[in-house]
Ligand binder design. Structure first.
Ligand code: GUN
Length: 303
């Protein structure tokens, strides 16, 4: 393997340690801790698994963690008033409504009802706008793109003047990561192209990329010959392609594959993230950082 492996699990542990230390120091200083509520509607197994990890991580940092599980039948009106309750709860700094929501509920309406100053997912239009402006306007960068930026910076990848190509234009990953890479400032200043399903000559664009971020949701979409030798390849894809038996627990677990043909790509790229263990571990970590920052904003502590 010639590429340097960007190990999201290791970077996660470093950041969580930093956040844990800071939480303890803030508790000593203010007598309070950051509070996060996770609202889960229904029993979608993937959502339960995500929320369980979020709760576990928040607790491990010493946050106040409220798990609010609601029946799949909850009405939109009742969910909106639940969000409003937490908007007015001074012990709660971050509100996370786990997606997807059942089809009878308008997801956009619910996300837009979250107080933008508690929107630690960074999905509210006010926070999307703040991200677009950049600099010190940004309060809550969305968690997956924020995690990608952290991986790029901590791995020592040069972004200044780099050609960055983002594959995928979702609101959660593609658009915000492109926006972050193009901003002024260290760890950014890249020249960014977004490519998507209607782009002509996808391969040609990818071949130009010094930094290639792939968030398409298509297993093995990016072929090894599309990768510029020495490029930094960030694979955001988490595609379930089957099942395997866990070596640790002996139980069946999902077999995951990224959007990049990792085994071949790692021989060409300069840096590469694995799937699993690359971008994945960073999302919850950045949620914790946003929650801690929200606590700081509301207590007038510099971030
Ligand atoms: N469902 C899957 N990923 C996410 C996420 O990052 N935030 C929320 N709220 N729901 C999700």
């Amino acid at each position: 393997m010639s590429a340097k492996l960007i190990n999201g699990k290791e970077i996660r542990e470093d950041i969580l340690e930093e956040l844990g230390r800071e939480t303890l120091a803030l508790k000593e200083k203010t007598g309070k801790v950051p509070g996060l509520v996770t609202i889960l509607v229904g029993e979608n197994p993937a959502s339960i698994s995500y929320v369980t990890s979020k709760i576990k991580t928040a607790k491990s940092l010493g946050f106040k963690e409220v798990q609010d599980t609601q029946s799949i039948d909850i009405s939109e009106v009742d969910l909106l008033s639940l969000v409003d309750k937490y908007n007015h709860d001074d012990t709660i700094n971050g509100i996370l409504v786990q997606l997807p929501l059942p089809s009878h509920i308008d997801e956009k309406k619910v996300l837009n009802a979250i107080d933008p100053d508690k929107d630690v997912d960074g999905f509210h239009p006010v926070n999307v706008g703040r991200l677009m402006i950049g600099g010190d306007e940004v309060k809550f960068p969305p968690c997956t793109p924020a995690g990608i930026m952290e991986l790029i910076v901590r791995a020592g990848v040069e972004t200044e003047g780099a050609e960055a190509v983002v594959v995928g234009r979702s609101n959660i990953v593609g658009k915000p990561i492109a926006n972050m890479l193009v901003q002024k400032g260290p760890g950014a200043n890249a020249t960014v192209t977004i490519v998507h399903t209607r782009t002509k000559n996808l391969a040609d664009h990818c071949r130009r990329a010094d930094i290639l971020v792939v968030a398409a949701g298509v297993p093995d979409l990016v072929k090894p010959e599309w990768i510029k030798p020495g490029a930094c390849v960030i694979d955001v894809g988490v595609n379930r392609v089957g099942e395997k038996i866990s070596e640790k627990t002996g139980r069946k677990i999902a077999l995951l594959k990224g959007d990049v043909d990792f085994d071949k790509a790692k021989e060409i790229a300069g840096f590469i993230t694995p799937v699993p263990g690359g971008v994945g571990p960073m999302t919850i970590t950045m949620l914790m950082r946003n929650t801690l920052n929200s606590f700081k904003y509301s207590n007038n502590i510099p971030v």
